[in-house]
Design a binder for this molecule. Structure first.
Ligand SMILES: NC(=O)c1ccc[n+]([C@@H]2O[C@H](COP(=O)([O-])OP(=O)(O)OC[C@H]3O[C@@H](n4cnc5c(N)ncnc54)[C@H](O)[C@@H]3O)[C@@H](O)[C@H]2O)c1
Length: 450
């Protein structure tokens, strides 16, 4: 292990490289989180190398292309001009000063955390580590992952016997956890205005990580440990998941009582304190909200603890696509039509509006449920010309045009993309079932809210 003196000079050296924008940045996992982050560092004139195991992504980036809708080829070209490279070659880790891990953290088929992407990355990185680097995990995960899963692999499998710096025990590398807080499709808050929470394994790790993130984020928020930072991210997502479940449940009640939940939420939101609006929908989607809370439920069991809010919220949110189907069946029934054989156009398949992300989208479940009921289903989504196969679905459907909406027995709004002309859609459709209140302000007895 490095002596106190060497550790102190490695620290000063890395800090000054960061301050001078000379630190070389390695970002592992060039997906929705990693690629935008790589571009942010590149904009700030850091030399950035992106690592991914997906050859197609690397080839696309290396040829100046892009695979994320909101990232343009011009942005990739600008990053390349600043030295951005994409590679699958982990030996280049040795040349990096700061390494950020942004790989997926899904649930497995038993609804338990699947940390294989993190452990695979740790195994791949460890042999190339050298003294004086900082490794930061950004993937959302349960409290304890950085210390119990990541660090043991890094320490055991590096060739030089390097140790992570701990409180009171100087080491050779620094390790921190800093959660990603991106809100895809949100154009109101600039990425650099989102404060960055940082939990270093020791004060030096926190200080280096704060200097490193401070070069792109206006504010950094230090917490006492990686586990505190891991838990902060889960609290944020659980807060959202539970509040969405609450309004989803109240929506079901309001529908029965003949009340409009959106009108009520908007009225409640005029209260200038103590209320934050959340909106109901056809079910949860995305990589985070339907998944992350269960990372904590799983970990809690180790402490003989049941996270009942998470489980109840999960139960309510998972039921929402089934409620959409029940409302569609009932709306068709009122027109003396059976769902079996009805032609239904699902409008919007992305998990939320104005983004090109299908992961865990409730639209996928809804399409499958409609097909099981015998409906003839089509879809339209400007972000997806084709929906093929994913981890949990295999639809093989092509996007249908919005011409001749009158041919469908029902247009079912699942994702309220801003580009849709809802007035025109209602005018041309025979029946509109709206799970997002996208048709607000349009008066027509063809509209059924669900
Ligand atoms: N997408 C979001 O809005 C968001 C927001 C906050 C937090 N997060 C969290 O960030 C993490 C990453 O999410 P994402 O949306 O970017 O996922 P993603 O699936 O879009 O991207 C992950 C990338 O990692 C790559 N990868 C997988 N294993 C690898 C390995 N061993 N080495 C190198 N690359 C590897 C994949 O090929 C993929 O390109 C997750 O933990 C997620 O929960 C995501």
């Amino acid at each position: 292990m490095t002596s106190q003196l060497t550790a102190s000079s490695l620290f000063t050296d890395l800090k000054s490289r960061i301050d001078a924008r000379q630190a070389r940045v390695g970002i592992i996992g060039l997906g929705y989180v990693g690629l935008p982050l790589a571009l942010l560092y590149s904009e700030q004139k850091f030399a950035v190398t992106g690592f991914d195991i997906d050859r197609r992504k690397i080839d696309t980036l290396e040829s100046g292309g892009t695979y994320i809708f909101r990232i343009t080829p011009e942005e990739i070209a600008a990053a390349k001009a600043n030295g951005f490279k994409a590679t699958a070659d982990y030996s280049q880790i040795a040349a990096m000063d700061a390494i950020i891990i942004c790989v997926p953290t899904p649930l497995n088929e038993y609804h338990e955390p699947d940390l294989s992407y993190i452990t695979d990355t740790a195994h791949a990185v460890a042999p190339y580590l050298r003294a004086g680097q900082i490794v930061i995990l950004e993937s959302t995960t349960y409290p304890g992952t950085t210390e119990e899963v990541l660090i043991p692999i890094l320490e055991k499998e590096n060739k030089a016997g390097l140790k992570a710096s701990r409180k009171g025990a100087a080491g050779d590398i620094w390790v921190a956890f800093s959660p990603e807080r991106e809100d895809p499709g949100n154009t109101q808050v600039a990425r650099h205005d989102i404060p960055k929470v940082i939990g270093g394994l020791d004060p030096q790790a926190s200080e280096i990580a704060a200097a490193f993130y401070g070069s792109i984020f206006r504010r950094t928020v230090p917490v006492s440990s990686p586990a505190a930072a891991e838990m902060t991210k889960l609290l944020e997502n659980i807060y959202r998941c539970v509040n969405i479940a609450l309004v989803n449940e109240l929506k079901m009640l309001c529908l029965r009582m003949g009340l409009n939940i959106w009108e009520i939420i908007d009225a409640a939101a005029t209260k200038p304190f103590g209320f934050h609006p959340f909106y109901p929908g056809p079910g949860l989607g995305g990589h985070c909200i339907p998944v992350d809370p269960f990372y904590l439920s799983w970990k809690a069991k180790e402490f003989d603890f049941r996270t009942r809010f998470i489980e109840l919220a999960g139960e309510i949110n998972v039921a929402m696509p089934y409620n959409v189907i029940a409302s569609t069946i009932s709306a068709l029934n009122r027109q003396k039509k059976a769902i079996n054989g009805s032609r239904i156009l699902v409008l919007g398949v992305a998990y939320k509006k104005d983004i090109d992300d299908l992961r865990e989208s409730p639209a996928l479940t809804i399409i499958e449920l409609l097909q099981k009921e015998g409906a003839v289903v089509s879809y339209n989504d400007p972000y997806f010309p084709f929906v093929g196969r994913g981890r949990k679905y295999d639809l093989q459907m092509k996007c249908s045009s919005l011409d001749h909406l009158g041919q469908y027995d029902c247009v079912l709004i699942v994702t309220d993309h801003s580009d849709y002309d809802y007035k025109k859609i209602v005018d041309e459709a025979r029946l509109v079932v709206d799970s997002r209140n996208a048709t607000r302000g349009i008066k027509s007895d063809k509209i059924v809210h669900c």
